[in-house]
Ligand binder design. Sequence first.
Ligand code: FEH
Ligand code: ZN
Ligand code: ZN
Length: 352
Amino acid sequence: MRAVRLMEWKSDPVLVEVDDPVPGPGQVVVRIGGAGACHSDLHLMHEFEPGLLPWGPPFTLGHENAGWVHALGAGVTGFDVGQPVAIYGPWGCGRCPRCLLGMENYCEQVQDAPVPGGGGGLGFDGGMADYMLVPSARHLVPLPDGLDPVHAAPLTDAGLTPYHAVRRSWPKLVPGSTAVVIGVGGLGHLAVQILKATTAARVIAVDTRAEALNLAANEGADLTVEPDEGAVPVIRESTGGRGADVVLDFVGSDSTIALAAAVSRFLGDVTVVGLAGGTFAFTFFSLPYEVSVQTTYWGSRPELIEVLDLAARGLLRPTITTFPLEEALHAYRLMESGSSLGRQVIVPSPGP
Ligand code: FEH
Ligand code: ZN
Ligand code: ZN
């Protein structure tokens, strides 16, 4: 089969021929219908170095995947060949307290996982290929009626990651509250939709690009702001001076974390999801009182089921651009240039 593989850190992925995967006991091979291109993959290609992570290349990219069951390993039950499925991306040990709750993104026995702290497309061969081997059927989530793998794939990361970040703050997103989304990219554009679909908060979207702010406005953002010197007073004034109850930073740079802190409200949440590597000097007076600052990583399997339900009901509609497998590098280049909107999805083979 064909596969887009990262052969070494700090290198461009290459399209190569590799053996078709064969499922062992308990494993499943999925024929890939969609594999999302994530901004995190650019960090794998350009920044990560040997020793930073407990796993490394060579491996096939693509940690945001959906498709159809192609082959079942011995002992696998509950799935049929041809069944459309999403692939839950973080693969833990499956037995620790977090994994037993379906929160394999926070596995605490990573030494017993297929790849310590990784998954398909993150140290293990991922879905940017014709087929993908999934080491356990527990990682498969059946697609609800009305949802196809091309549109489901981005929901497994670009949807699930912001959904978890919003869901954990639901108690603060009550009528009268304000949520700020910094970065309206693959994750941020869905964060706007998730906030509008699941909370009563007013939503403010922040991005440097007018077309991204237009996308956010079309998806229900109540206010759109460019991150210039006027951003803080405009955002604070729009909240009557109180500040935002929840700020979600999908960039994670020095300037965006500083903006998040500057527009936050007493008792609020500042959640950094983006991997830009920004820092923030924390002192007693650097934030409004009792603001909680955290990062989040991906989401849980039960939350993925909720995300797929929202999408099947038309409450989440990822903006996607599809590319054939041989144009995967072009898709990454477009994302890197900032000229893409929504999510780029690689489609190895059309149709079930
Ligand atoms: C991937 C690799 C490392 C950190 C974060 C990520 C996210 O894209 C996974 O959702
Ligand atoms: Zn990702
Ligand atoms: Zn575990």
